[in-house]
Design a binder for this molecule. Structure first.
Ligand code: IPD
Ligand code: CA
Ligand code: CA
Length: 254
């Protein structure tokens, strides 16, 4: 199945790269911080046409136009057409197409594609994680020698204070941190050992579904900040780490 999904996601990445004059194809969804471009919609429509026929009876759960369907029952494609839309609009070249295929609430296949770096991360449950076909692993660095990534839960400003509190606690224990602006790629950066940790107080299923499996298949850990499994049906917080820093979560005031 991964072999069939990958060329479709690469083609979706070509739509992202074809974008021109993005600001004039951009609209506010709920606020100036919540944008959608005509390219988000074009990528989602393309994936909605191409992916479900691969798995008869599957549902399509995309960010821009989720079917009225439960992604935790039966087969479901969980899709973020462009993760990192703010980066995309501003030409910051840190965005990805994210596709997960789940069965009864468990992600089985995952693809996250950064068309700007031409990096395609993939995983199959139990089959390891890969970047452009080469196996990837989380780092073995403790946070004291490490760098962590974080997200600001931009659509849920009520999490500002705890976000800053956790950021401060981690920053004091680390070398530095990054806010790169595409959660799926932040998680893939943990998976391939570029970052030791990542957290964000509120993400949607399409932000983490694919990359969550990529982290675990790369030998890392993902959970909510409360230590629970990630939700595929609702917003939740996300914590991802390599093996060495797994227990750090228990020491933090979240
Ligand atoms: C967002 C990005 C961002 C994260 C937000 C997400 P979008 O996704 O992943 O890094 O901080 O919480 O919603 O809106 O660009 O698809
Ligand atoms: Ca997203
Ligand atoms: Ca998006």
């Amino acid at each position: 199945m991964l072999e069939q999904i990958i060329p479709i996601v690469r083609e979706a990445g070509d739509i992202v790269l074809s974008a021109r004059d993005i600001w004039s194809h951009t609209h506010e969804k709920t606020s100036a911080a919540d944008l959608v471009t005509e390219y988000d919609l074009a990528v989602e429509n393309f994936l909605k046409e191409k992916l479900p026929p691969l798995v008869p009876g599957s549902v399509f759960f995309g960010e821009e136009e989720a079917e009225n369907a439960d992604p935790t029952r039966g087969w479901a494609f969980i899709v973020d057409p462009i993760d990192g839309t703010t980066n995309f609009v501003r030409g910051l070249k840190q965005s990805a197409v994210s596709v997960a295929l789940a069965c009864d609430g468990a992600v089985e296949c995952a693809v996250v594609y950064d068309p700007f770096k031409e990096e395609l991360f993939s995983a199959r449950r139990g089959g390891g994680a890969f970047c452009n076909g080469a196996p990837i692993h989380v780092s073995e660095r403790p946070l004291a020698q490490g760098v962590f990534g974080m997200g600001t839960a931009i659509y849920r400003r009520e999490y500002l204070e705890p976000t800053m509190r956790v950021t401060e606690q981690l920053f004091r224990r680390s070398c530095d941190f990054r806010r790169l602006g595409a959660a799926s790629l932040d998680l893939c950066d943990v998976a391939c050992g570029r970052l030791e940790l990542f957290f964000e107080y509120s993400l949607c299923p399409w932000d983490h579904a694919a990359a969550g499996l990529i982290v675990t298949e790369a030998g890392g850990f993902v959970s909510t900040l409360e230590g629970d499994p990630l939700s595929l049906s609702d917003r939740c917080s996300v914590w991802a780490s390599n093996r060495v820093n797994r227990d750090l979560l228990r020491e933090l005031e979240v």
